[in-house]
Write a protein that binds this ligand. Structure first.
Ligand code: TZP
Ligand code: MG
Length: 236
């Protein structure tokens, strides 16, 4: 099966901890609503579940994402992705090496990696990442153990370095961290503009956790976020 073509525009990263998800019984319903609202990619991010529970949740979630033809990626756990047969994984700097994950998953699966510096970004590109999750853009209560808050300037620098090294066309990019409807237009703008200079480089999308998982109406929230992203001129 060839690697699915991925639309990175609005990427939902799940979180089932009480700080983000008020009512845990609503987990699947919230993801379904977000898909109905237009989420284009989903990552299951479970930091506390044991392996059996993680696989069960992933199987059920995959059934739902498949109904909407949206790829499901698994955070950290290549074994869970393989067990479930979903579309790929998202790994961080402290997880399995990207090259090893690629060996285990093969070329047809999607592999994304979190990066917060130019060096990390170029290494991930070199090692065969399909996309980079660039961040943490803004400080967020959802993830407090973040190495660095890089802001719009950090995102711009990474995009520019990827372009310089010849990876910009090949490796897709989203940014993550503290993003919501109020600041998404700003980060999309600022990652393309600096002073009176504008770049022909653009992110492929944005990734959010709480802006959807904690929303009163996740479908409406997703719709609104997708409209914001889609209203942004893309130069790719
Ligand atoms: N990686 C960097 S920040 C973050 C992750 C998983 C959490 C983002 O959560 P939110 O609620 O969208 O700020
Ligand atoms: Mg990780």
């Amino acid at each position: 099966m060839p690697k699915p073509k991925v639309d990175y525009s609005l990427y939902l990263v799940t979180d089932s901890t009480p700080a983000v998800l008020k009512d845990p019984s609503k987990f699947f319903e919230i993801v379904r609503e977000s898909l109905r609202g237009g989420v284009t990619l989903v990552q299951l991010r479970e930091k506390t579940a044991d392996t059996g529970e993680f696989i069960k949740t992933a199987r059920k979630l995959h059934e739902i994402t498949q109904e909407y033809n949206v790829p499901l990626l698994i955070n950290d756990r290549v074994d869970v992705a393989l067990a479930v047969g979903c579309e790929g994984v998202h790994i961080g700097q402290d997880d399995m090496e990207l090259k090893t994950a690629r060996q285990l998953l093969g070329d047809d699966k999607i592999i994304g990696m979190t990066v917060s510096s130019i060096d990390e970004a170029l290494k991930a590109c070199e090692d065969g990442a399909d996309y980079l999750g660039i961040g943490t853009v803004y400080a967020t209560p959802t993830k407090t153990n973040t190495k660095s808050i890089i802001g719009a300037a950090g995102v711009r620098e990474i995009l520019a370095a990827m372009d310089h090294a010849g990876y910009y066309e090949k490796v897709k990019t989203v940014c993550i961290g503290g993003l919501n409807k109020a600041n998404i237009p700003r980060i999309l703008y600022q990652s393309q503009h600096f002073g009176d200079k504008s770049w022909t480089l653009a992110l492929d999308g944005v990734a959010v956790v709480s802006a959807i998982m904690s929303a009163d109406d996740p479908k409406e929230a997703s719709k609104e976020l997708l409209e914001l992203v889609n209203s942004w001129p893309k130069y790719r």
